[in-house]
Ligand binder design. Sequence first.
Ligand code: SF4
Length: 312
Amino acid sequence: MITETTEVRSILTRTTGYLRTVCSHSLQPYRGCPFGASLCGVGCYVRHNVYVTQGRDWGSFLEVRANAAEAYRKAFDRERRWARERQEGFVIFLSSATEPFPPGEARHGVTRSVLSAMLDQPPDGLIVQTHSHHVAGALDLLRPLAQRCDLRVHVSIETDRDRLPGLPPPASSVERRFAAAASLKGAGLRVVITVSPLLPIADPEAFFARVAGAADAVVLDHFIGGDGSALGARTLKTALPTAMAAVAPGSIELAYRDRMAAVAERFLPGRVGVGPDGFAGRWVASAQKTRRLDAERGAPEGIALPREPADF
Ligand code: SF4
């Protein structure tokens, strides 16, 4: 992998598209992602973004944004004012197009420097989104930050399997990510498991029971509707759907997400979110909507009916 150090003029990106109702800004301490050649990289929507890749293979490069913290400090007043005038506060998603805790973070420390800057100049809300168990190593910064802003740590665990046929393993094992989530939750942080994109789950009951023990809420997202293209067209061009279908043919249909959401709801009642609503922390609203839809369809109290795409 080619690693280079760069400087950026701005680090806070005003959100559009999928994240528009989730947060006011995204922040990428790195450009590129070392996890691009691992399991999550196969279906990663960023690999299709030519602005980011500039023709390079996804997972083959990492740009270290050495002045990210300085850029954050400089932009803080202006971007917070903009966000508060237009949105529901200055809420940052860290990160949507890279892994904030890649292996090199121990050496480069860019994410840590940004979190330190946020301790001095906190946003209104911060969503830390990671595929790495190394997030637990930032507890010394995350815990005081949780006192200064509305902080959620999102740990992506897309399935209970460490391998799908023909695909590379995850960069951080399922076990290690569950352990990181549990340790952060045990330390008093609000933790959300993001099952995104949802991959075939071998034992849904055991998986969501485990999620309920390691996190405060869960978010499910399917590549259909979740990869930024109509009907999952981007992901359908990758090896991911074939591997998913080889394990569980129904998992490449949107109805699979709805079946898994119904299982999740039994273990985390009122704490299941779907798609952007879930990423925004609107899981209670999602659950209420789910129950209303069930009632309208004549389901007995406490029984979840299979969802339809239009429900979300
Ligand atoms: S960690 Fe995130 S940005 Fe990196 S390859 Fe995986 S999904 Fe993409």
